[in-house]
Design a protein. Structure first.
Length: 100
């Protein structure tokens, strides 16, 4: 993640990655993000705007991330609250769902 202003995150590579991944799914060969922006209050957060709830769920499927926690306190918080904050990243989780 960006350590200072000179290393600001750009929304462009995130947009490209999400669009490329969604286009590989059936029926979405020409899909484009509605908008991808950097949160002005938190430059480490990227926001992806969706057209409707179905599109939102599609983006969530391909833009999910895996987090490996090494601290016991972070792991306990994740299991108890379903929330993590580690290494400048934060997020929520739910029960593991197998995706083939």
């Amino acid at each position: 993640m960006a350590e200072n202003e000179s290393e600001r995150i750009s929304a462009s590579p995130i947009r490209t990655a999400v669009e490329t991944e969604i286009r590989t799914t059936e029926g979405h060969t020409h899909w484009r993000c509605r908008a991808v922006t950097v949160d002005p209050k938190n430059i480490n957060r990227i926001r992806i705007a969706c057209r409707d709830e179905d599109e939102h769920q599609l983006v969530k499927k391909v833009a999910s991330m895996v987090v490996y926690l090494t601290k016991g306190t972070d792991a306990r918080r994740l299991l108890a609250d379903g929330f993590f904050h580690a290494g400048g990243e934060s997020g929520v989780t739910s029960t593991f769902e197998y995706r083939p």
